[in-house]
Design a protein around this ligand. Sequence first.
Ligand code: URA
Length: 237
Amino acid sequence: MERLQKVIAESGYTSRRKAEALIVEGKVKVNGKVITELGTKVSEKDIIEVENTVLTKEEKEYYLINKPRGVITTTDDDKNRKIVTELIPTNARIYPVGRLDYDTTGVLLLTNDGEFANILTQPKSKVDKVYLAKLEGIIKGDQINKLKAGVLLDHVKVVPSRVKLKKVNAEANTCYVEIIIHEGKNHQVKRMFESVGMKVEKLTRQRFGIFNAEGLKSGEYRKLTPKEVASVYSLKK
Ligand code: URA
């Protein structure tokens, strides 16, 4: 017997956290009966429906894409914008592991393996997210120090594990700063810079845990190797 949210996540339907939300919202049925209790245990024989779709088992797929600008990372969009899953031709119900903004580029993983996604996105895994931010204006030492000391986002202090000024372009009045964070709050990097008075003009994720976009042009993708998948599972606590 397994917990309902775990079974939903492992089917590839969605992440474990989203599965929990769907259960609480009354969108999950087991053998035709709505279940809103999170701890409910189910077996192989139970028929599980999520949002009126019966769960089926799917082969696990894992991709890394070098996300281009102008693509969203949710799985549907009311504004008819391009969706990142459309860039990968597969019938599997893959979805992004965490989010990148519409205008953010760089490393993004996609999978239909809810447990894999969960390992990488849960805060306790402390996965490095390395970003290179191009800023409007030139950041000063005291602004960098403020960031390093930690800033408040949603009433929670976030402390980056690294902030480093990489390049200054005095003529264009811009600079590039590398920042490494472990959380995945909405617009986190942009809001962190904003909180010290700087605006992010461009943002690229250069690394996510062990993954980088080496060898992939903008919009190109590759499958993860079994060794890469195993090394993510080795982070499981
Ligand atoms: N932080 C942001 O502000 N945007 C992203 O896309 C990722 C991290």
